[in-house]
Design a protein around this ligand. Sequence first.
Ligand SMILES: Nc1ncnc2c1ncn2[C@@H]1O[C@H](COP(=O)(O)OP(=O)(O)O)[C@@H](O)[C@H]1O
Ligand SMILES: [Mg+2]
Length: 316
Amino acid sequence: MSELALQVENLVKVYEPRGLRLRGRMPVRAVDGLSFEVQRGQIFGLLGPNGAGKTTTLKVLNTLIRPTSGGASVLGYDVVAQPLDVRRNISVVIQESAAELFLSTLDNLLTFARFHSVPVAEARSRAEKVMDLFQLREDAARKVQDLSGGFRRRVQVAKVFMVDTPVVFMDEFSTGMDPILKRAVMSLLREEAARGRTFVLTTQILSEAEELCDDILIMNKGKQVARGDLHALKLLSENVYDVSLTFEKLPEDIEQLLAPLAPRRFSVSGNNVEFSVKADEARVLALVAELAKRERVLRVEVSGASLEDIFVELMK
Ligand SMILES: Nc1ncnc2c1ncn2[C@@H]1O[C@H](COP(=O)(O)OP(=O)(O)O)[C@@H](O)[C@H]1O
Ligand SMILES: [Mg+2]
């Protein structure tokens, strides 16, 4: 089996307008020459604003739609030539099918496990655990179509943990999850990735990717805008630092002291001051040292730009 989880080469997907009412509409180049590779055992994040082409990329990789040109493979299996081999090795969290909606929560979990050849007894015991984790026990016998949107999503995500497919795709996985469940799912993803499972997530929620993903591709209008781990991406947002200081006694002229660095953001609360500056690291540290000479500093935190800063910078 290939060491790579995914291999995407010059992928293009054009949606042609169809139907009489769409006559005169232009084709949409949803994915426009995307190339990337993902190693096994990674949590890979596909990031981008609405309409960037994230879901389309996922659908091609899941063999749900065919590429217009270029190619992609999952674990070395070509998505066009070997779709069944691809499907055997993946679980997908994307919108649900009619059949899934008609089944109960429990039957959704068991059917999914059966499809992936998990023995019946094993499937039953996994379903118990999974229903506990996702707080689905009360809804075990209810048809998924009768659940709220958030709970339907839970059933979808829960299925992933019924099986051991080496690659998992999740489109906006956290939609409709409360923060506690989201935490639990994130830590489960990390555990399973550590054991070699590969996760491919799309999200518009940057903090989620920042916390979870080892490897991030930012896309916009079907094209790659940036690629790398969080550290590499942070280098792209040239020298933006967030500083938070707690003084024993706040210097009265704090605002004037900071003025030479033209902080982008500045706020004071009690003896705590927070600001964000664009400067090289040495200059920021010199400033902190300078401030510490004025009044005793009890706490200092200097952090690099958030993924959000980078995103804003890149989308300009
Ligand atoms: N079935 C479709 N037919 C025509 N255009 C589509 C279809 N699905 C998506 N698109 C268009 O392709 C572009 C990318 O969509 P999508 O892949 O859903 O982006 P994302 O998931 O990043 O929001 C958008 O302009 C969208 O309107
Ligand atoms: Mg989408």
